[in-house]
Ligand binder design. Structure first.
Ligand code: ZN
Length: 391
């Protein structure tokens, strides 16, 4: 049999051009690797494969060599091949990190390293390392830091079932420890405030068949997980730990804007954080959002008064909001949210403005200038509103 296939391969090597032009499958190209395993070392499993053929006939056909080789060594070869494929995919994902927008790079690199080195059980890069590098660049203003939410990394573990040798409980314990270390590290590096980026909160209610976890009612699990992290901080520290929610925003793409905010808002304030950065400017029904915030925001969340910073700037729209418009939104919000618990923020980070590519609005649009004008107007708008509200 070995000789037969060897001969076939050699014949095809000679006639390969002819085969290609006739559109035929070449043994060399697809099955040649099997020759390595149809030999004396594997004679026993190959004989078993013959015996298993209940037809009583053994025929030499195109797939036969494959079948023999699989019988002899298939499982091991497949597993090794898949392992190599996974590792090379992770490597190429690592190489691609350079091309990913900076804010997303951190999330992706956490992911890659968690997948590659589960046994390490710790982050590869902590947010405070970015803080240490960027702090010297902030000459005038105080600089806060965002950290990845434990709920986002929770999705790295199997949705159902357990990984052999690493139970879900162990994973969650490691995750909470790492998240606490990440936040504490930011405070120690000098960050006055640390925000947990909880973009998956609203997405959790999306019920998107392409993402099975969105249909698994995980919101409460996420909230409990974040609270496990917050439990490790004093009320004084939690005053300066916040939660950001938004429906996504990179490259004009929103992942969960179609999910009713009501799915998230009442539960969101169960999180014992001191402040919330809530995307709102891009909502069509802002009053509904203000109302719901006002109803559920707590004045005592395990010792801290929660502050709601409502979004008054839309980073997905190059149109610069005027201070008057911003002021108007805040006055409107103050009818539902106590003024001593009300603040203003941008709907999300300005990463969409770190590049001029904005598919919906044409490009370029002098992104940085627009971003700074928006921020300056927010400050002016807040000042106007404070004067009108007498605070
Ligand atoms: Zn956001």
């Amino acid at each position: 049999m070995y000789d037969y296939y060897l001969q076939k391969k050699e014949d095809e090597d000679h006639a390969s051009d002819q085969l290609k032009t006739r559109g035929l499958r070449s043994f060399d190209g697809i099955d040649a690797w099997t020759l390595e395993y149809i030999d004396l070392r594997h004679v026993q499993p190959v004989i078993e494969a013959f015996d298993e053929d209940t037809s009583g006939y053994v025929t030499i056909q195109e797939s036969f060599a494959l079948r023999m080789a699989y019988w002899a060594v298939g499982w091991r070869v497949c597993m090794t091949a898949y392992r190599d494929k996974i590792l090379s995919t992770l490597d190429s994902m690592g190489d691609l990190l350079e091309n990913i927008l900076t804010p997303n790079r951190r999330i992706r690199s956490h992911g890659i390293n968690a997948e590659r080195k589960l046994e390490d059980r710790e982050y590869n890069t902590y947010a405070y390392e970015y803080y240490q590098k960027s702090k010297p660049l902030a000459k005038k203003a105080k600089l806060k830091q965002a950290v990845i939410a434990p709920s986002m990394l929770y999705l790295l573990y199997l949705l159902n079932g357990e990984i052999e040798g690493y139970t879900k409980d162990e994973f969650v314990r490691d995750l909470v420890n790492e998240c606490v270390k990440d936040i504490r590290g930011c405070f120690e590096a000098g960050a006055p405030r640390v925000s947990i980026d909880f973009t998956e909160g609203r997405l959790a209610a999306k019920k998107d068949p392409r993402n099975p976890w969105t249909g698994a009612s995980l919101l409460q699990t996420f909230i409990d997980l974040i609270n496990q992290v917050l439990d490790r901080f004093s009320p004084e520290e939690r005053k300066n730990i916040g939660i950001h929610t938004c429906p996504g925003g990179d490259c004009d793409s929103v992942h969960s804007k179609d999910v009713d905010y009501h799915e998230l808002l009442p539960s969101l304030f169960q999180i014992n954080a001191g402040y919330f950065l809530i995307q709102c400017s891009s909502e069509t029904n802002k009053e509904k959002v203000y109302k719901e915030i006002g109803e559920h925001l707590r004045s005592d969340a395990m010792g801290v008064k929660q502050i709601a910073f409502v979004g008054v700037i839309n980073p997905l729209d190059p149109k610069v909001e005027t201070p008057e418009e911003i002021c108007e939104h805040l006055i409107h919000a103050s009818k539902f949210i106590p003024v001593d618990q009300l603040g203003a923020t941008d709907d999300c980070g300005f990463s969409p403005f770190s590049v001029d590519v904005k598919p919906k609005h044409g490009s370029p649009d002098f992104a940085r200038d627009v971003a700074f004008q928006k921020i300056a107007n927010r400050v002016k708008g807040v000042k106007l509103a404070s004067e009108k509200l007498g605070v």
